[in-house]
Design a protein around this ligand. Structure first.
Ligand code: HEM
Length: 460
């Protein structure tokens, strides 16, 4: 009996020795909060639905490169400018894949659009079309007339509210302005499907993603068909739009990289990225408006206003980055970052919301301080890792020029033509600037203001 026990113990020891010899070397993963079986770190995240805030708190304890587990799946959370530089610059290609879940895959035709495509030849071709054709500086410039017309239309509606002494829901008004301008940039003209609010479909609950995608597809099919007919009959405007470009350049469908259907997907994807982002610059008006008008030596008032508005937009995108996490990435191969091993397949969350609040970056001025951008040369190019509203590296946003062009003219016109008053009894300090829950950090409550005409817009 004793012999049998001895043999059993020896066998167990031998098998342990064998498995420890054959086991892969232990990875030195970035630290993170304690985990539970099955749920991983989820219990740390449920207290606050604004997950980027919770993750910032955890990163302050565990470090700027932190591992959490969503169930079994490892997630790398990046929360400082230095760590962002490592991931987005030093190891750019390693982290150039996107993470997709079932909902995103459904909306994006199984991750075949430019924003969610895996890093590779297909994505490279789609991206090239976006950067060189659809969203180039020349193309954005060519949309100037559309922008001016849409801004004029917007100003007339504000002037009407001002004349009637009405309050305006500026969050909604700016959303629809951006929506209308962008639809015209996509389609080339006001189209009868303008009211079908393609983007509203995208905002539907995740479980409806497929149905929503199909509805969107049907609207786009009709838009494409009508544009094709208009082009064939020699109408001029069609070439000036994304849809017109896609139709006119069927050549891209010839090289086996994508089918015509895929070109359409670029338009869908561009839609998805463009809306409701910069509208949030309006949030800071009540606080910043008086400063825009501050007299300044050596600058005429209008140029001071333009200059200061640029600072306000930068500060708004710092404080309220619309994507608190950049679009999630995926590690393509096991690599070493800042001394830690990051296994292949790890999902990567870049917490831009936290990075833009890094105390070392902010210095002593924590609150709204557009002037911080007067002297620090930070721009939107994604090379200042403490300021990444459009991301950085290979997957950074190609639509920044268009997004900023659309909103800058509208905001400038709103400030030039109107004075803005808060509703009765609301003080600037009471304006709610909290974010709503979601992947996109929209404002939790809408900004309601009363416009007072200062310089009447033309044809008002
Ligand atoms: C102010 C407005 C905008 C903001 C703040 C913004 C922000 C962003 C951010 C943070 C990303 C993720 C970048 C990364 O992962 O490093 C992104 C990606 C992207 N954006 Fe924008 N965006 C804006 C407007 C637009 C517009 C107008 C378009 C197109 C019409 C657009 C198209 C895209 C595309 C296609 C991607 C994915 C790029 C890729 O994965 O290769 N964006 N955007």
């Amino acid at each position: 009996m004793a012999d049998q026990v001895l043999v059993a113990v020896l066998l167990v020891l031998l098998s342990k020795l064998k498995s420890s010899l054959s086991a892969k070397p232990k990875l030195n993963l970035p630290p993170g909060p304690w985990t539970l079986p099955v749920i991983g770190s989820i219990h740390h995240l449920i207290a606050n639905p604004l997950i980027y805030r919770t993750l910032r708190g955890l990163a302050q304890k565990h470090g700027p490169l932190m591992t959490i587990r969503l169930g079994e799946a490892p997630v790398l959370v990046v929360s400082s400018p230095e760590a962002a530089r490592e991931v987005l610059k030093t190891h750019d290609t390693t982290f150039a894949d996107r993470f997709t879940n079932a909902t995103a895959a459904a909306i994006s035709y199984n991750a075949t659009d430019v924003a969610l495509s895996p890093y590779g030849e297909r994505w490279r071709q789609l991206r090239k079309i976006c950067v060189l054709e659809l969203l180039s500086a020349v193309r954005v410039q060519s949309f100037r007339r559309i922008r001016e017309e849409e801004v004029a239309r917007f100003m007339r509606s504000v002037a009407a509210s001002a004349a009637a002494g009405d309050e305006m829901d500026m969050s909604a008004a700016i959303f629809w302005f951006i929506y209308d301008a962008f639809m015209r940039e996509c389609v080339g003209s006001r189209c009868k499907y303008q009211g079908s609010r393609i983007m509203q479909m995208l905002a539907t609950a995740p479980r409806k993603a497929l149905a929503c995608r199909d509805r969107m597809q049907r609207v786009l099919e009709r838009v494409m068909k009508e544009k094709k007919e208009a082009m064939d009959s020699g109408a001029e405007t069609v070439h000036e739009s994304f849809v017109g470009f896609n139709l006119a350049n069927d050549v891209y469908t010839m090289n086996n990289v994508m089918a015509t259907r895929r070109c359409r997907i670029i338009t869908v994807s561009a839609n998805g990225q463009g809306f409701s982002r910069t509208g949030s610059a309006g949030r800071q008006w009540p606080r910043c408006r008086p400063r825009c008008e501050k007299p300044s030596k050596g600058r005429p008032q209008s140029s001071r206003m333009t200059f200061y508005l640029k600072l306000v937009i930068k500060e708004t995108l710092r404080m309220h980055s619309h994507l608190p996490f950049l679009i999630p990435r995926r590690c393509r191969k096991t690599s070493r970052v800042m001394g830690y091993d990051i296994p292949e397949g790890t999902t990567v969350l870049i917490n831009v919301w936290a990075i833009c609040r890094d105390p070392q970056v902010l210095g002593r001025s924590r609150g709204v301080q557009p002037e911080r951008f007067e002297s620090n040369n930070m721009d939107y190019k994604g090379t200042n890792y403490e300021y990444l509203p459009f991301g950085s590296g290979r997957r950074m946003c190609p639509g920044a020029t268009l997004g900023l062009a659309n909103i800058s003219l509208a905001l400038l016109s709103l400030l030039y033509h109107f004075d803005w008053k808060l509703c009765d009894g609301v003080e600037p300090k009471d304006v709610d600037v909290r974010e709503a829950v979601g992947i996109i950090a929209n404002k939790r409550t809408n900004l309601v203001l009363r416009p007072v005409t200062r310089i009447a817009p033309a044809n008002a």
